[in-house]
Design a binder for this molecule. Structure first.
Ligand code: KMH
Ligand code: ZN
Length: 272
C-alpha cells in the first residue's frame, strides 16, 4: 500500500476561537498550527486565512503573507489554499490564492445547503471556471465532494476537459446538507471514483477518526484539523492541530501504514 498522506486543515473559515481557543487567526498562530501539524506528520496544509480578528478572507496578499511565513519555518510542506473561502464570497474573490500559483488548491464540485439560509454555491459554470483556471496555471485540484452527485459532476467536467486526470478527490463527509459519515456512505463514494484516482477523506466532527481508519485500511489518505473537528476525543478539545495529526499517525501505525513525507506525497499525487 502507498504511504499515507495526511492533510491538516488547520483553520477553516467557520470555526472560531469560541469553539477552541487554539484556532489560529494571526500569522504567528497560523505558523504555530501549521508547524505543529507538520512536525506530527502532515505533508499537506489545507489553508484558509483570516484577518487578525478572525474574519475569513481570500485576499491574495494575506495568503502570500501567511504562506511566506509558513514556508520560512517548514519549506518543504505542500500548501493547498482553499478556493472555497467562506459562504457568500464571489468567484473571483475566492480564486485569488491561485494567483500565487500553489501546487494544489481545492475545487468544490457542487452546491451545498450549509445550514439555516446559507448556501455554499458552486454552479456548473463556476466549477468549469475554477477547473480551467487550475489547468492553465498548472495547479492540481483537490476535488472536494460533499455528496455522490459531486463525483458525477467532476467526472462529467473531466470528460469535457475542465479537470485533468489523474483526479484527486476529497470526500468531505458528515457536513449538514451533504452525505453522512458512516461506512455505507464511505463505500458509496469510494466505489464511485475512477481506478486511477486517489482520495483523501475528511470526516467532520465525530466522523473524523472513524473515517480516517477506513481510509487507512483501504489505502486512501486522510485529512484532519480544526476546520473539520476541534475535539481529540469525545468532549475533550484538541490542544493543537498537531495533536489531531498525531492521533492519525498512531492509528496508521497500528495498521502498518507508513506516513508520507511531503516529497513522497508529491510523488503519489503527481505534483511537480
Ligand atoms: N468554507 C466552506 C464554505 C474549501 O476549502 O474549498 C468551503 C470550504 C471548501 O471550506
Ligand atoms: Zn476548506
Amino acid at each position: 500500500m502507498e504511504k499515507l498522506i495526511i492533510t491538516a486543515a488547520i483553520c477553516g473559515a467557520e470555526v472560531l476561537k469560541e469553539h477552541n481557543p487554539a484556532v489560529p487567526y494571526t500569522v504567528a498562530e497560523m505558523v504555530r498550527e501549521a508547524k505543529s501539524a507538520y512536525e506530527a506528520g502532515a505533508s499537506i496544509i489545507h489553508l484558509h486565512v483570516r484577518r487578525d480578528d478572525g474574519t475569513p478572507t481570500q485576499d491574495r496578499e494575506r495568503f502570500r503573507e501567511i504562506i511566506d511565513a509558513i514556508r520560512a519555518e517548514i519549506p518543504d510542506v505542500i500548501i493547498q489554499p482553499s478556493t472555497g473561502g467562506a459562504v457568500g464570497m464571489s468567484n473571483d474573490e475566492r480564486l485569488q490564492p491561485t494567483e500565487l500559483q500553489p501546487e494544489m488548491a481545492t475545487l468544490d464540485c457542487g452546491t451545498l445547503n450549509f445550514g439555516g439560509d446559507e448556501i455554499f454555491e458552486n454552479t456548473e459554470n463556476t466549477i468549469k471556471y475554477f477547473g480551467d483556471r487550475m489547468i492553465k496555471l498548472g495547479i492540481k485540484p483537490e476535488l472536494e465532494v460533499f455528496d455522490k452527485s459531486m463525483i458525477e459532476m467532476a467526472l462529467r467536467l473531466h470528460k469535457k476537459g475542465h479537470i485533468a486526470a489523474p483526479m484527486h478527490f476529497d470526500f468531505v463527509m458528515g457536513v449538514n446538507g451533504g452525505i453522512g459519515g458512516d461506512i455505507r456512505d464511505f463505500a458509496f463514494l469510494r466505489g464511485s471514483i475512477p481506478a486511477d484516482a486517489t482520495y483523501t477523506v475528511a470526516g467532520v466532527g465525530r466522523f473524523e477518526f472513524p473515517l480516517a481508519v477506513l481510509a487507512i485500511i483501504d489505502g486512501g489518505h486522510v485529512r484532519v484539523g480544526f476546520e473539520d473537528n476541534v475535539y481529540i476525543s469525545k468532549g475533550v478539545l484538541a490542544r493543537s492541530n498537531g495533536e489531531l495529526v498525531e492521533k492519525v499517525v498512531r492509528l496508521a501505525k497500528e495498521f502498518g501504514r507508513e506516513i508520507a513525507t511531503p516529497a513522497e506525497a508529491r510523488k503519489i499525487l503527481g505534483l511537480k
